[in-house]
Design a binder for this molecule. Structure first.
Ligand SMILES: Nc1ncnc2c1ncn2[C@@H]1O[C@H](COP(=O)(O)OP(=O)(O)O)[C@@H](O)[C@H]1O
Ligand SMILES: [Mg+2]
Length: 331
């Protein structure tokens, strides 16, 4: 399929709702993913991310609304939609007994990729995710991070132009998460594809082109990280009072602005005018003052009234994280 035939919108979710019994997992969700962008769907556990990924990958039908992949309706043209997609599900899905190369071969066969092209792509993709040296090792001997990379490579064997990744970094240590993101960005640029990634790690979406914030089945906001920070971000003022009495006096005076009240500091919601006035008025009571520029964390806080946290990391996630001990290349 030539690049010219691509639609300007790679993925479109149009008023999609989905209910499981009493749980309304998705509630009138709307968003568009532009072609050739790195797009993040950010939300805490239970937000509805996986449900959306299943709908986009044609595994699940929405109760209401429509989802489109490269212009194909996932409900009425699922096969055409599927051809455009590479998918990495949240649940690991490698065949542990097969080697790295065999896992890739199998997927290429299933998608009917001709043998010669298959060989070339497998070699190129193994090189891209730095698994060439592991080509003949059984998948079970790879570390969690390497398995993730293999799954990402596998999703690209049929030359998909849209890649869906459901929580590709969940349960991995910080360094491995960074590497996975490095590959994702490199893939997106090098192959000029569209990538939709879900995550509940806020710091990860900082480098994405667009972010859609979702919570309890509803889209709360979308835009570039800079736009979101400008619209919903909150500047914070970190105040270190001189004495306990100063601390108490300031806390009482600004009770409506307290974002956090720590032993050594008061964190107040702020803006430029407030910070300047604050220093002028309370200079005598404070030991130190610093301004924290709006972060995506504060965006999430503004939108939901709570911080996004890894509250409910499941036992499975912990198992995955455990598999990581000893670094990236555990044998
Ligand atoms: N098969 C299912 N049966 C019943 N409830 C489900 C099922 N799958 C998901 N849910 C519920 O739907 C909501 C959204 O889940 P999910 O899409 O997995 O969210 P996320 O991937 O963001 O963690 C949650 O409340 C979850 O408990
Ligand atoms: Mg999920």
């Amino acid at each position: 399929m030539s690049a010219d035939s691509r639609t300007p919108t790679a993925l479109r979710v149009d008023g999609v709702s989905k209910r499981y019994g009493r749980t309304l997992a998705l509630d009138d969700v709307n968003f568009e993913v532009p072609c050739r962008s790195l797009f993040a769907l950010l939300g805490p556990n239970g937000a509805g991310k996986t449900t959306l990924m299943h709908i986009l990958s044609t595994l699940l039908r929405p109760d209401n609304g429509k989802a489109f992949v490269a212009g194909f309706d996932t409900s009425t043209q699922p096969l055409s939609a599927r051809r455009k997609l590479g998918i990495v599900f949240q649940e690991p899905s490698l065949d542990d007994r097969l080697s790295v190369r065999e896992n890739l071969e199998l997927h290429g066969l299933v998608y009917g990729v001709p043998r010669k092209i298959r060989r070339q792509r497998i070699d190129a993709l193994m090189a891209l995710v730095e698994l060439t040296d592991w080509a003949d090792k059984p998948a079970r001997t790879l570390s969690s991070g390497m398995k993730r990379r293999l799954e990402i490579a596998r999703a690209l064997i049929h030359d998909s132009e849209i890649l869906l990744l459901d929580e590709p970094t969940v349960g991995l240590d910080a360094q491995t998460r960074e590497r996975i993101w490095h590959y994702i960005r490199e893939l997106q640029r090098e192959r000029d594809i569209t990538v939709l990634v879900t995550t509940h790690y806020i710091e990860e979406v900082e480098a994405c082109d667009q972010v859609c914030v979702i919570d309890r089945g509803k889209v709360l906001a979308d835009g570039s990280p800079a736009e979101l920070k400008q619209r919903y971000g909150q500047q914070l003022l970190r105040v270190v009072p001189k004495t306990e009495a100063d601390h108490a006096a300031l806390a009482a005076r600004y009770v409506d602005r307290i974002s956090a009240d720590r032993a050594d500091a008061l964190i107040l919601t702020s803006d430029d005018a407030f910070s300047e006035g604050f220093l002028a008025e309370h200079g005598a009571r404070i030991r130190a003052l610093s301004i924290e520029v709006p972060s995506l964390n504060s965006v999430f806080l503004t939108l939901t009234g709570r911080e996004i946290r890894d509250q409910a990391a499941s036992a499975r996630d912990q198992t995955r994280a455990f598999g990581k001990i000893g670094g990236e290349h555990t044998r």
